[in-house]
Structure formats: structure tokens, C-alpha cells
Design a protein around this ligand. Structure first.
Ligand code: HEC
Length: 127
């Protein structure tokens, strides 16, 4: 069978290439368009990285009850346990511990706790 010969004008081809590169540029820029972390969120990111990530991201203790992923902790209306996803509740879990999760009572100042919560609200945005 003879392939159908579709005439493509060089003009159209150039136009299509231009549209494609603009679309690609926008898509790539989109990855970096999130605002940088505020100083408070950046402090929270550090606290999350040193205190929480080894369990919640890496489960390095190989806990049978896998620590829940915290990316969407404040995006859902409820925590995995079913408790409301509020600052007060997350603060309570961090201070009191829960199941295999250690208690952090006395380990965070009020400012550090506020920073940690602020960072959790970013959905664990990359710094
Ligand atoms: C030793 C490992 C470990 C560390 C460290 C840890 N967690 Fe957890 N976390 C867990 C486990 C396991 C659960 C599931 C608890 C359960 O429901 O039995 C959990 C649950 C949670 C929950 C969900 C609570 C609910 O009501 O469903 C939140 C929120 C949370 N952790 C936040 C944090 C934050 C913030 C930190 C850092 C300050 C942290 N965790 C540090 C192991 C850990």
C-alpha cells in the first residue's frame, strides 16, 4: 500500500516546533514555580528531617506498623487514626507519642513546634 503523502509545509513545522518548545519550557518552569520556604518553614524542614523522616520516610526501624507518609497530613481532613487533622491534634501526637511513635515531650520549644507544623502544612515541600 502506498503511504499517504501528507504535505507538511516548513512553515507549519516551524510553528509546531515553537509551540512545543514553549509548552516544554512552561512545564519545566512549573516544577520550580513553588515559592521558596519561609525561614520558619525552613526551620521546620530541618526539624522534620532530623526527628521525623527516619521513621516517616525511611521506616529505618522496620516498624511493623509502617509510619504513615506525612506529605498530605494536612491536605486530608483526618489523620490516619481518624482524628481531625488539626495543629492541635498533630501537636498532641508529637508530644504524647502514639503506638510505636516515640513521645517528643520536652524536645521542642514552642517556636520549634510552630515551625514543624508550618512545614507540615507545606506538604513537605522541597527546600
Ligand atoms: C520511632 C518512629 C517515629 C518517629 C521518630 C516519628 N513517628 Fe510519627 N508515627 C510513627 C508511627 C509508627 C505512627 C503510627 C502510630 C499508630 O497509629 O499506631 C506515627 C503516626 C504519626 C502521625 C499520625 C497520627 C494519627 O493520629 O494518625 C503523625 C501526624 C505523626 N506520626 C507525626 C510525626 C512527626 C511530626 C514526627 C517528628 C516530630 C514523628 N511523627 C516522628 C512513628 C514515628
Amino acid at each position: 500500500m502506498k503511504p499517504i503523502d501528507v504535505p507538511v509545509s516548513p512553515h507549519l513545522l516551524r510553528w509546531a516546533t515553537a509551540v512545543f518548545s514553549v509548552a516544554t519550557a512552561i512545564a519545566l518552569a512549573g516544577c520550580h514555580s513553588e515559592p521558596p520556604l519561609t525561614p520558619q518553614e525552613a526551620e521546620g524542614e530541618h526539624l522534620y528531617a532530623v526527628r521525623c523522616a527516619h521513621c516517616h520516610r525511611d521506616n529505618d526501624l522496620a516498624l511493623k506498623k509502617v509510619p504513615p507518609d506525612l506529605h498530605s497530613v494536612f491536605k486530608n481532613s483526618k489523620l490516619p487514626s481518624g482524628a481531625p487533622a488539626t495543629n492541635a491534634e498533630v501537636r498532641h501526637v508529637v508530644l504524647a507519642g502514639r503506638g510505636m511513635m516515640t513521645s517528643f515531650a520536652g524536645r521542642f520549644t514552642d517556636d520549634q513546634m510552630a515551625a514543624l507544623l508550618a512545614y507540615l502544612h507545606t506538604g513537605l515541600r522541597e527546600p
